[in-house]
Design a binder for this molecule. Structure first.
Ligand SMILES: [Zn+2]
Length: 153
């Protein structure tokens, strides 16, 4: 499974810090940040900071976790606090279309068109995500766009 690279914040500064999180010596997530936006990463990402060469932009992150687990974590961290949607008990076999449809409904009800637009994309790809890695990546990128919209980044 390939890691998913995404943008957590639009910022043109070079990253000077890298926040990495490992479980049993396996890299789970890596997030690049500039010093100004360090607090974003402290709040949203587990792990530890280390200095990094300025060869990546701030807001550049890679996720090495299995797709369903990454998606469940994103929804728990971002979508659920905003819209109080239920999380599935078993991410690996969950009906992600139904979960994301509920998130979309909540975003529309809250009058947040930018979030809703991103979630329409997520719902569109979610039906195939258990058998198609490209669809799973598209879902995660769409959910990342929804998160940026929720955070106003
Ligand atoms: Zn920044």
């Amino acid at each position: 499974m390939d890691p998913i690279t995404r943008t957590t914040r639009i910022c043109t500064r070079p990253a000077t810090l890298l926040r990495t999180h490992h479980v049993h010596n396996q890299l789970q997530t890596a997030a690049h940040t500039c010093t100004r936006h360090r607090a974003d990463t402290q709040r949203d990402w587990p792990g530890r900071f280390q200095p990094t060469p300025p060869d990546q932009a701030c807001g550049h992150a890679t996720d090495h976790r299995p797709y369903p687990q990454a998606l469940a974590h994103h929804i728990e961290l971002w979508i659920r606090p905003a819209y109080a949607v239920a999380l599935p008990d078993t991410p690996d076999t969950a009906d992600w279309s139904a979960v994301l449809q509920e998130c979309l409904h909540a975003a529309r009800h809250a009058g947040q068109p930018r979030v809703a637009a991103a979630l329409i994309d997520a719902v569109h790809h979610a039906g195939c995500m258990h058998r198609d890695p490209a669809a799973a990546r598209a879902v995660l990128l769409a959910v990342a766009a929804a998160e940026r919209a929720i955070a106003g980044r």
